[in-house]
Design a binder for this molecule. Sequence first.
Ligand code: DAH
Length: 340
Amino acid sequence: MKEKIDEIKQKIVASTIQNGEELESFRIKYLGSKGIIKDLFSGLKEVANEQKREVGQLLNGLRTLAQEKFDSRKEELVSEDGEASKLDVSRPGDPIEIGARHPLSLVRSEIIEIFSRIGFSVSEGPEIEDDWHNFSALNFPPEHPARDMQDTFFIEKGEKEMALRTHTSSVQVRVMENEKPPIRTISPGRVYRNEAISARAHCFFHQVEGLYIDKDVSFADLKQTLLYFAKEMFGEKAQIRLRPSYFPFTEPSAEVDISCTICNSKGCNVCKYTGWLEILGCGMVDPNVLEGSNIDSKEYSGFAFGMGVERIAQLKYRVNDLRLYSENDVRFLKQFKGGI
Ligand code: DAH
């Protein structure tokens, strides 16, 4: 055993270590968990008892020698090559994760782009609104159920009521107050409603409001504008149909369906076998609303519409659960690459 130790000692002293690779082989050979020295230590139990102490000391010395040789060569090698030894220019780079735009941002940008081509500007308003802009100026009677605590998140009740806006129609009012017709604008933004969160409803979501006011604006203009939008968004084959409806701020009002993009109007469970999907509300701006914002309703008329961005995204990307849009699960988000 002693001769063996001596022999290895000579080898360690004599070994030349020229580079990092050789340094690593040295470490594995002598100091590694399956290395020579470890092996000798496990042979210690076969050594006669009276020699154990001496051999143990020799082995410790051997290990220290190997460790010192390793440490000093390592230091020398680094200073010999300087930083260059650490920099391997041929090594492939680490992959960089490229982010993806949120599907709602993609759809929002696409809606803005489609309407900007026919002269609509973008206007925005605050998410915390007063009663006037969210309700009163839009012709909601004081006792209208939409003002109820059920739907609206109130921030301040009483004299000056403040709430999270329940729709982007509030921006219509702000634009009409600040600009003179002709007005052609869309208002994208987040809205809030006091709803239980499920696959089909959420306490916040996104809308795009549209407003067009000028002389002689007619219902036919509204219909044609929405048909143009449907075709740009969902393809040349898209059709729309209007159903009479009611909104306090438009008269007449309509709800708009598009031909089902999923089954090509043949009938499927998304369109509930009707071939049609509801996508937005619209109508001719009620004269009361125009007058409330100091626009002469005898001189001017206009149309308005409001659509849900999640709804459009759902149809475009076939995402059926609204919660996915705000859960920030990267596995969901990274599927939406590209776009504008
Ligand atoms: N504000 C309505 C809502 O949130 C949507 C809407 C309907 C907007 C008709 C309009 C409109 O501008 O004319 O349900």
